[in-house]
Design a protein around this ligand. Structure first.
Ligand SMILES: NC(=O)c1ccc[n+]([C@@H]2O[C@H](COP(=O)([O-])OP(=O)(O)OC[C@H]3O[C@@H](n4cnc5c(N)ncnc54)[C@H](OP(=O)(O)O)[C@@H]3O)[C@@H](O)[C@H]2O)c1
Length: 229
């Protein structure tokens, strides 16, 4: 049975990934900050091979405990989904530096902390894949409207971090790929977003099924196009 570990599996895209992979018969390691408040995930865990556990991507000791808790399990796909947008209205002239630092901690350092902590679980799997959800807002090429400085920079930085990780981990056969889910109706995306979580995740799952070392260090749109950095 293939396996996936998902950060932020309690709501939004993370929850939808957990649902779709569980229904497909995958073993799902579903991480979230507060399992006691994760009612939707709990429902999934009652029906499918879903293990729910606590992990905050900014907290090394919670990450270490979670990695130790998975013992010698293998993780075919490690999915970095956890993310925050930070305070709104962050344009040049109006930056909240504490909020920016928090956004970098979650969105940029979080995926690297998780990748390092679970690298042995991934290395012993068949697929050996690390997928990180970035954003079109992290693309330098796409940025013609400005604003969102903390969020944009956190995603541009995680793109660079994962491109380096792709090179660093290639000798172990591990691929690191970045994906943009599109603009999706979640708490972050808001009700005006054109895509449902179900449609975005279904498209991303199709892509992830094709990913391997040839895709490592690359950035893809959910529709399969390579995204400009
Ligand atoms: N929605 C979009 O339109 C869109 C577009 C481009 C990219 N993305 C990216 O897609 C990913 C998922 O976003 P979403 O739309 O599903 O957002 P969301 O609905 O706002 O959910 C965010 C998730 O991240 C978790 N999280 C926040 N801080 C965390 C931490 N320190 N440790 C662990 N988990 C943490 C939240 O957990 P709690 O419930 O505990 O707060 C929640 O599960 C993010 O990386 C986001 O940047 C989203």
């Amino acid at each position: 049975m293939p396996s996936i570990m998902i950060t932020s599996a309690n709501r939004g895209l993370g929850l939808e990934f957990a649902r779709q992979y569980a229904v497909d018969g995958w073993r799902v390691f579903a991480a979230c900050r507060n399992p006691d408040a994760a009612a939707d995930l709990d429902k999934l865990a009652r029906r499918y091979a879903v293990t729910v556990f606590s992990m905050d991507v900014t907290d090394q000791s919670s990450i270490r405990d979670a990695a130790a808790g998975l013992n010698d399990e293998s993780i075919d796909v490690l999915l970095n989904s956890a993310g925050i947008i930070g305070k709104s209205g962050q344009r040049a002239g109006n930056i909240d530096y504490d909020s920016w630092a928090q956004v970098l901690d979650v969105n940029t350092m979080g995926p690297l902390r998780i990748t390092e902590a679970f690298v042995e679980h991934v290395a012993r799997s068949e697929r050996k894949l690390v997928v990180t959800i970035t954003s079109g807002l992290g693309s330098l090429t796409d940025n013609t409207s400005g604003g969102s400085i903390p969020y944009r920079s956190s995603k541009a930085a995680v793109n660079m971090a994962m491109r380096s990780a792709a090179i660093d981990l290639a000798p172990r056969g591990i691929a690191c790929v970045l994906v943009n889910p599109g603009w999706v109706k979640t708490d972050m995306g808001g009700p005006g977003a054109p895509l449902t979580p179900s449609a975005s995740v279904a498209a991303l799952k199709g892509l992830i099924a094709t990913f391997g070392l040839a895709h490592s260090g690359k950035f893809f749109h959910y529709d399969g196009r390579e995204y400009p950095w």
